[in-house]
Design a protein around this ligand. Structure first.
Ligand code: ADP
Ligand code: ZN
Ligand code: ZN
Length: 733
């Protein structure tokens, strides 16, 4: 007698294991890896994904339950995608269930959503319309069907011919005149795709040619091109080439949802084919249908944010990661993957080219260039103007206290505005003022749930915590000594607005930050209005730095660049430099040379000086050599074990025990530091700390780390804290 093996199933939970189930005889042939199944779990029925067969049960046989049903006839994940997800779960030390269910569109996490695309077809069941005399609409539909579509017509087509006919159709079905049948949508045939390309400039052309010659296998290329140098057009020339082959698909990843509409439009204009859009701000239904069409190969150009990196694409032939330096590619909760890095792995797995584009490449990618893992291509000129903006430093030490705009910046604003140009003022701090301060005793309004100051928002007339969203009314007396000598300290974007009303009353301004773009569509409206010249001055946070093309902006004022210099995080300077260059890149994109004013209290800072007087490349080289000296990424690889709890003692106890067990498990190459308390220990009522593990090689000692994680979950105090593992963290908190 041969025994039927067991099925290994992943479930949507954080347990780091597969679950074994018995397979009823009649279901055995229906199981293919990547199919969803319905299984009993405790008292509930859960959706799981079938991974593979096994002969060795993890639990005694009498405890094994049976699979109830197999949901999908064809697997949702093909072999390649399943391998990719398994690799990512392994590399990021995440539960496979968590990884698999993150990769599934939300609608498909539910058992009742069809895993294949279906259409509803209507066909007549009889030939006599006589009895429908008293229901003229039903009669009209039925007669039309008999005469025009005696076999079958799709429900959507019928509804197009007879608008608002849903209830009439329903009545006809109930009375037995017609029937409604769901049938699978046949796959779409692939046509060659038309494209309408621009003539590339000589600089663009030579890069495009260099890339075209590398399209046949795994070939990571870093395309470093100043803002406005025409990188996107180069991507298009490559996509065009790839789509000329019949069975081909291209994946384009961007860091922000806000960047998709512009790029989607450009793609649509360029290629006459459906662009598959995938991000979290699309309705569940559209998203899973698009996902299914892509996984059938029906959609060939896919544009998405990080989550799109796990979409099954049977004919994937090229990946493009635009703005590759952007930290948004790293997911910050749940499954902590970095989409750029997963994309690199995916390209390697499929042996296809991948292009990473940026004006300010990440230090990781620059390091990979210097170790010859990536090919490096550079575009140093802009398409429309032969000069990059000139950058001036304004020494704020020379200004009187409390002055927000330096004299030279104000003069420049006058100059540019009077010539009918637009001006950007960049300040990466939303709200009105970041502190409420008592001049008598030094008290500051603090968030009761976080170790941080409350920010005053004038639009709500409230103090708001930017870390946990706690709100409280603004008091006019000190919380400590009851003095009324309290004042708002510092500036946020709202205060700049107020100041502009006095300083530049004749020019209209608009604020672009998370508060002003919270409502759906408001971002698009604001961007449109800027393009229509409704506003002359644009005040914004980092939202402004992302890829937007404002043709008439000729002046950019960076109001405060000092944040990166004072931060505890060793990456802060890299971020600030990228932000500065990106924002500066908004100036003078058409013919007129742009100007940038950078305000700082540290005009002599060596890195800042290099960045401004030379360029980003020189800055990065200098900063990288100090990373090397201090043995920081990208020269080593970090893993963080984070823990948080309502009491700091529980966090410490857990991490100290974890550290002890790490010492017994790991060889000396893995350095263990901590517990480290972050600059903001308490956040949203939880005390936080972490252990920092440093490896000298990527992915080194993965199985030992797995053993350690296994050990952690069995620690007696493990359930008194929330803990998580972050591989290649990008934030030190
Ligand atoms: P980047 O992606 O490097 O910021 P884009 O590809 O968006 O640059 O190009 C900037 C602007 O220049 C866009 O408006 C684009 O349409 C235009 N552009 C790029 N290449 C060409 C070209 N060869 N001919 C004409 N216009 C171009
Ligand atoms: Zn006081
Ligand atoms: Zn708070």
């Amino acid at each position: 007698m041969t025994t039927i093996p067991l099925a290994q199933i992943v479930l949507d939970n954080p347990l780091r294991k597969l679950f074994d189930y018995q397979i009823p005889k009649d279901l055995h042939t229906q199981l293919t890896p990547g199919c969803r199944v319905l299984v009993p779990f405790g008292r509930r029925m859960l959706t799981g994904v079938f991974i593979g067969f096994t002969d060795n049960a993890q639990v005694p046989e009498h405890k094994l339950k049976q699979i109830k049903t197999v949901i999908d006839q064809a697997p949702l994940f093909n072999h390649e995608t399943l391998q990719l997800i398994m690799w990512a779960a392994h590399y990021y030390h995440t539960a496979l269930g968590c990884a698999v269910f993150t990769a599934l569109p939300p609608a498909l996490r539910k058992a009742d959503t069809h895993g294949t695309l279906h259409e509803s077809y209507i066909s007549p069941l009889q030939a006599d319309a006589e009895k429908l005399q008293r229901a003229p609409k039903q009669k009209a539909i039925f007669t039309w069907l008999l005469e025009q579509q005696p076999h079958a017509v799709t429900q959507s087509e019928l509804q197009q011919t007879f608008p608002k006919s849903r209830s009439a159709i329903q009545c006809l079905i109930e009375k037995g005149y017609i029937k409604n049948e769901t049938r699978a949508l046949p796959p779409q045939s692939q046509h060659p795709i038309d494209s309408h390309s621009l003539n590339l400039t000589p600089a663009q052309n030579s890069i495009s040619q260099a890339l075209l010659s590398r399209l046949n296998n795994f070939n990571p290329c870093l395309l470093e091109g100043v803002t406005g140098s025409g990188k996107t057009e180069i991507y298009f020339s490559l996509i065009e080439k790839v789509l000329q082959t019949a069975a081909s698909q291209v994946l384009i990843l961007v860091p922000e949802i806000g960047l998709t509409p512009q790029l989607q439009l450009r793609l649509q204009k360029h290629f006459s084919t459906e662009i598959g859009l995938l991000h979290s701000n699309i309705t569940e239904t559209t998203r899973y249908k698009t996902w299914l069409k892509i996984s059938r190969g029906d959609i060939r150009v896919v544009l998405g944010t990080r989550l799109a990196v796990f979409t099954p694409m049977p004919q994937l032939k090229m990946i493009i990661v635009d703005e590759e330096h952007d930290p948004s590619f790293k997911q910050q909760e749940g499954f902590l993957y970095h989409a750029r890095d997963v994309a690199i792995y995916r390209a390697k797995q499929n042996n296809i080219p991948i292009i990473l584009g940026s004006a300010t490449p990440s230090f990781e990618s620059l390091h990979n260039v210097s170790t010859q893992k990536y090919h490096h291509l550079q575009l140093t000129e802009r398409v429309f103007s032969d000069q990059l903006p000139s950058i001036h430093v304004s020494d704020m030490r020379a200004q009187s206290a409390g002055q927000i705009l330096s004299r030279p910046l104000v003069d420049a604003m006058q100059r540019h505005l009077s010539q009918d140009k637009q001006v950007i003022l960049f300040l990466n701090r939303r709200g009105y003022a970041p502190a409420l301060y008592c001049h008598d005793c030094g008290w500051m309004a603090k968030c009761p749930r976080c170790d941080s100051n409350m920010t005053y928002h004038s639009t709500h007339n409230k103090l708001i915590c930017h870390h946990c969203d706690y709100h409280m009314p603004k008091s006019s007396i000190c919380g400590e000594c009851q003095s009324s000598n309290v004042a708002l300290l510092g500036h946020g974007t709202q205060r700049i607005e107020e100041m502009l009303e006095q300083a530049f009353p004749q020019y209209a301004h608009i604020r672009l930050d998370r508060d002003s773009t919270r409502h759906k569509g408001s971002m698009e409206t604001i961007l449109d209005d800027i393009h229509q010249h409704k506003y002359q001055i644009i005040i914004g946070t980092q939202i402004l730095s992302k890829g937007h093309d404002f043709p008439d902006v000729t002046l950019v004022g960076v109001l405060d660049i000092d944040y990166g210099i004072y931060s505890h995080d060793f990456r802060a300077m890299e971020r600030s430099a990228q932000l500065l260059m990106q924002v500066a890149g908004r100036a003078g994109r058409r013919n007129v040379r742009g100007e940038v004013f950078v305000q700082t209290h540290n005009p002599d800072h060596p890195l800042l000086t290099t960045l401004i007087q030379k360029d980003y490349t020189s800055f990065a080289q200098q900063a990288l050599s100090s990373r090397k000296e201090y043995q920081l990424p990208p020269y080593v690889y970090h893993i963080i074990l984070r823990a948080r709890a309502g009491h700091p003692e529980a966090v410490q106890a857990f991490l100290i025990q974890a550290k002890n067990s790490a010492h017994t498990i790991f060889p000396k190459e893995i350095k263990i530091q901590g517990p480290i308390i972050p600059a903001m220990e308490k956040k949203a009522g939880q005390y936080r700390a972490f252990l920092l593990l440093t490896r000298t090689q990527r992915g080194q000692h993965t199985s030992l780390i797995n053993a350690w994680i296994e050990h952690l979950s069995q620690q007696k105090n493990a359930n008194r804290v929330y803990w998580s593992i972050d591989v290649d963290p990008i934030e030190f908190t």
